[in-house]
Design a protein around this ligand. Sequence first.
Ligand SMILES: Cc1cc2nc3c(=O)[nH]c(=O)nc-3n(C[C@H](O)[C@H](O)[C@H](O)COP(=O)(O)OP(=O)(O)OC[C@H]3O[C@@H](n4cnc5c(N)ncnc54)[C@H](O)[C@@H]3O)c2cc1C
Length: 542
Amino acid sequence: MTQDQSPRPSPLRGTAVPGRRTLLTAAVAGGGAALLAACSGKPAAAASSSSGYGGSFRTSATSARLVSGPASADWPALARDLSGPLVRPGEASYPVAKRLFDPRFDSIKPAAIAYCRSPHDVATCLAFAGKFGVRVAARSGGHSYAGWSSTSGLIVDVTRMAGVTVSGSTATVGAGTRLIDLYSGLAAHGRTVPGGSCATVGIAGLALGGGIGVVTRAYGLTSDNIRSLQIVTADGQIRTCDSRSNADLFWACRGGGGGNFGVVTSFTFGTHPAGDIVLFFLSWPWAQAARVISAWQSWAPHGPDQLWSNVHLAAAPGGRVPAIEVGGTYIGTAAEAHAELEKLYAKAGPPGSQFLESTPWLHAMLVEAGCASLSVPQCHLPNQASGGQLSRASEYAKSDIFTAPLSSHGIGTLLTGIEALQRVSGAPGGVGGIAFDSLGGAVNRVAPSATAFVHRNGLFSAQYTTGWNVGAPSGGVNRQHAWQRQFWQSMRPYASGQAYQNYIDPDLTSWRQAYYGANLSRLTQIKHAHDPANLFTFPQSL
Ligand SMILES: Cc1cc2nc3c(=O)[nH]c(=O)nc-3n(C[C@H](O)[C@H](O)[C@H](O)COP(=O)(O)OP(=O)(O)OC[C@H]3O[C@@H](n4cnc5c(N)ncnc54)[C@H](O)[C@@H]3O)c2cc1C
């Protein structure tokens, strides 16, 4: 299904403008009914795979002793101690309660899911986990690319602590708030916080690892906007962290990654005005891809802060020619945005199709989430809101932060890598590609050591993705995964070695250095100080 992106005179609101990823998926798939799905445009189903993170009971890092688990009466006792529900295997709500966003992780069977309603509930769960040696994982939006917000032990779910309270230029946000609800709650007050594009991503996972989105160059990362946060640490203490109190934890929780230091229950953010914003979507014929990439990388990271842009390259196994699309936002008028785009066209040549429109902020966030024609409640999974129309999706992701422009060889390798997917015998509904998100601007004006988010010299981040129809046979999925790994490997000579901790990647052997760089040793010290028994542990935990 090819999308018509020719200039449209009608207002963007109410038109069926696809989201950033949806567009590319549709463009390369070359036909077939596209079911609406959160963020990736993929239909959901269960392609199960293990996270490699099994065993309900943990071995304490300090004692190296296997603690005996809870007796069957201990779980009901925990349930009585909580103000929110505790869901256990065998209960009707368990199959949905244990799910993450990606059906790949449906095979994980938690011993229980605690829907905590208060920081006190969280402390009760942590005391239980510590007493019985039960593995514990915090869960907000459930979008971990590695499935590490689930566990065979106890999931501490924070989604019952959701909501947005605006006070002047700050907003207090429950840790279980999903991004579309964050944008909606703030937009009612004419305010915003920069965040990611996927509607159902949780604020906790996003903000703790950074948070890159469509106004990042103007307003910084999500984590750069945290003024204070409340966290329950392994000792059960409920701590408020800001620049004066628990300043070490405050530093670590701005980029140190979810799941490492405790369970965050709320954030207070500085907010920004949210009026109308310009959206644009442009495409060129694949034959011009090399010129477009060359032009984009010398334009997008260096424009005014108001300009944010990304470029997507995508292909399908056995599909037609790959597609290239540039999308973005501009905080200002359509005329100013046009003037910036003219600078891109001067280098890249005029696009084959162009869509540009100024639209209210919340609608822009819906468009970016692939929810252009949906209401805010509809822009949820069915179990998250009445009328929710999104569905879960499966995807492998890898990342890079590029700190230097790609050479012509690098661009050649990039295009070859994308084209190689056409020769892969993939899974039904298979797609794959790469998206570069421009950095620079406000992100790079923060010192690398000012917060735990170290990547302050990037020109653009890159995300390599491959997805498939849920339930597809594993053979094709595995071949797509092999393609993705090979593609990522081919880009090693051009990449910086830094990777984005929120695109957490179980394959990455050098993840400590790639995610945290020079901030690693301070992060490790803070981890040891606040979680000496390593209660919060997963394969890439600090
Ligand atoms: C489809 C999709 C689109 C995405 N788009 C973007 C994007 O536009 N920009 C961007 O920057 N990133 C994006 N991401 C990456 C996203 O930021 C991370 O996956 C993030 O960790 C998800 O947060 P979550 O709360 O939804 O996930 P979860 O799986 O709930 O949590 C992720 C990690 O944080 C921990 N955690 C969760 N809640 C808490 C808490 N309350 N306290 C402490 N630790 C906690 C978990 O234990 C886990 O380790 C996207 C991911 C997906 C799958």
